[in-house]
Write a protein that binds this ligand. Sequence first.
Ligand code: URA
Length: 336
Amino acid sequence: MWQVESEVDLFNMAPAPAPPAAEGAFSVPRPFVDLARTVIRHRDPERFSLLYAFLCRLRDNPRAMEDAADPLLRRLELMARAVRRDMHKTRAFPQLCEPGEDEWKNMSETALMPDLIAGAQAWETQMVAASVAEMAGGNVTKRWESVCAEAAHCTRCDLYKHATQTVFGEGPLGASIVFVGEQPGDQEDLAGKPFVGPAGQLFDKALAEAGIDRKRTYVTNAVKHFKFVRRGKRRIHEKPNGGEIAACRSWIQQELALIRPELTVALGATAARSLFGKAVTISALRGKGHALADVGEAWVTVHPSFLLRVRDNKEEEYARFVEDLGHIGKRARALA
Ligand code: URA
């Protein structure tokens, strides 16, 4: 049984003495330490048991963190995500956090731990004279750099083994539109930048026709490593599977949490699956915005490489893509 000392005090019980250190220490991967550090701030009374259960799993299988489909890992990641979301609210909107604890509980899905509430109040005091935007801007750049550096060593699925490098997103962190592609292609994998190959060139052309300046948008991918099969000297793109999309999801979520765009645009089915957390049909969602937690307004359109491949009605399909981008640009301007 695991208890928090302050919760024990609450019920006038003596805290249990710390258990003696067990023999037979073992190492855990760094991402587990980060995950545990976040999950431990969740109020769910099961958090310790869940972490402990996963720790046992890691002892038996040091690669357990790589199994993105593991329901226990998934539950822990969802808890961590809820905590991060609340911490983000705390930092970005200290003026919302005047609170009485009860108000905090209302606005917070995780019902924050008391130390976090105290932290929020202290933070608020510091922020009185400062502009929220300025402070957040400074933090965002540093945090983005650290997330980007962490992603460069990502081993959450096997794709890192054959790809040249992680291709992280790029663009201004104050962008009001984030475009999400599928995964880097052959040229992106070599250049380390998203959308620089043939699909990227078509994308640039369509953006320009729709009146959107790519340099003012943030462009990234749902999956950060190139997945391919070798045919002779060529590397042929392969679609990422559900496990790979899920394993990579926390990177895009962190990018979005930092940028907090007005609009996030999924280019194609893989990006839409990553944003919506499930497989969706592009034709059913296309042409309008969808409210999505943590993403701003989500828009969905086709992937530029579909336009390179398609044989029937090629020009009409391209025109429709430009039209979608036109609506997206207009909506972003209206929201801004
Ligand atoms: N296709 C994508 O989805 N992303 C890229 O970066 C390049 C091609």
